[in-house]
Design a protein around this ligand. Sequence first.
Ligand code: OSB
Ligand code: MG
Length: 379
Amino acid sequence: MSLVPQVVANFLQTPITLSKLELVVIDLPQVKPFYSAIGVRHSRKALIVKWHTAQGIVGYGECSCRPDPFYSHEFVDGAISVIGSYIFPLLKDMSTYGDVLKGLSKVRGWNFTKAAVEMAMNDAIRRSSGAGILDVWERERLQKVPVGISMGLFADEAAMKKSIEEATQEGYQRLKFKMSPGYAHPFVFRTIDECKHPNISFDANGSFGGNDFEKLSLFGHFGYIIEQPFAPGSYYLKEEYEFDNPKLKVCLDEEVETLGQLIEYKDQIEELNIKPGRVGGLFNTIEMIGYCQQNSITAWIGGMFETGIGRAQNLQIASFLVGAKAHDQSPSNRYFTKDVLQTPIEMQYGFIDDAYFMNPQIDEVAFQELTVKSVSLEH
Ligand code: OSB
Ligand code: MG
C-alpha cells in the first residue's frame, strides 16, 4: 500500500545544492493577546530557516513550534541548537531531496525543526525551477480555501458574544473555542448554547486529566467535536470518561506526530488536525493525507500562529483537502499588526483565494525590521 503517488516518490531524486543555511528569529507583534489552556501569547516569535543554493537562490521555511516547550517538546531556542549542532552537519555533501529527508530522519523527534529545513529546501527548489513537491502532486485542488477561526479563552460573556458576532459576519466557516477545566463558567455554556453557527468545535490543548471528568462532561454534553481533550499519551482516559458519560467525538492534534500514531488511533477519532510542522514536514504530510483518505478520516490543516511564510505553505497544502469544511488558517491581520509578505494574506467571506498563497514574496524590509536574532551556518 503506497501512501504517496509515484510522481511524489520520484520527486525525491530532485538535485539540491546548499551553500549556506541562515536561521533567523523574527518577532511579530500581535493585535491582542491570545489565551489558551497552554498559556498566553503576546507576540509570535518564529524561527525562519533560509536555504541558500549554490546559485544564490533563497528558500524560506518556518519552524512553527512555540518559544517554550508547552505545546510539544520543541521550542525555538532548542530548534536553533538542534539544527546548528546536529542537522546542519548532516546536510554536508547531500545531493538530492531524498538524501536530505534521510539525513533528517536520523534525528529522533524534533518534527517542527526538521519540517522547517525541508520546507526551506523545497521552497528553494520551487523558486529555482517553478515546481516543488506539492506542485507535482497530481490531485484536485481548490482555488478558494475555507477558513475556520480558533478563538482564545474569553474573560467575560460580552467579549465572547462580540467575537462570535464578528467571526460570523466575517464568514468564518467554523468557530473553534478554546476550553480548559478552569474555564467551565456558566457564561461560556450559555453563550455557546445560543450560538447559531452551523459548524462549532472545541479545543482543550490536552488540559483535561483524570480528575476533570465532571468539567469535561459540561463541555461534552453539547455533542461537538473536542480537539485534544487529554494530554498526549493519555488517550486511555477517553475510555474511562465514557464509562459514566456519553461518547466523546474527538479530533486529535498534539497527540499525532507520526503515521504510526495515526494508525493506532484511526478507529477512535472523528477528525485529524494536521499541522505540517508537527508531523515533520511536507513529505510526511502528503503521506498522512494519503492515509486519511484511504481510511475515511476527515483531515484538515491546523495552525501555530504562523507568519505569512508558514501560513502560505499551510494554505497550499489545505488546497488539496477538497472535502474539509474549514482549516485554522485565519488571515494574517487577525493575529498580527505587521507580517513579512509583500501581499498580506487576506480572507474574503470565509475563503482565501490561491492568489494569496501560491507565490508568496517576502517583504525584505519588514523581515529585517522584525528580526531579533540571526545565525549563519556554512560548511
Ligand atoms: O489547533 O491548537 C490549535 C493556534 C492557532 C490555531 C489553532 C491552534 C493553535 C494552538 C497552537 O493552540 C498552540 C500555540 O501555538 O499556542
Ligand atoms: Mg489544537
